[in-house]
Design a protein around this ligand. Sequence first.
Ligand code: ZN
Length: 154
Amino acid sequence: MSTDPVAISKILPEGTAGFVDHIGIAVRDMDESIALYRDLLGLELELLEEVPSENIQVAFLKLDRGGALGHVELLAPLSNEGNIAAFIEKKGPGLHHIAFAAENIETVLERCREAGMRLLDEKPRTGARGKQIAFLHPKSGGGVLIEICRDPED
Ligand code: ZN
């Protein structure tokens, strides 16, 4: 059960997931990708950091126009090791995950668990920007890797 991606809208607690926090994109070349999103598309580069535990470099670019706020997260492997390198090897660069903001990740994970969904993270962990994050398995997300992250407003 629970391979229906629509189910996620019922699982995320009401009122806590009003927006997509960011869209994660796996890239081969960080400089080229920043040139695309910042220099051509006009997003603001907010953060560029290495996440050694994941063997990746991460860039967060902010979309901020008329009060609508969102981010694009670029994920570039630092070597041939790790999940992002494996993803690019298998599928090529491109859309990697979609992240929903939630007030309480534990609550979301508990609801997903009760619904029989597969979790990649049993507990929230610290990701880029020092934010608490957890991933659901793409098999339970209709083929989409779904990240739940803590609302930056908190
Ligand atoms: Zn992410």
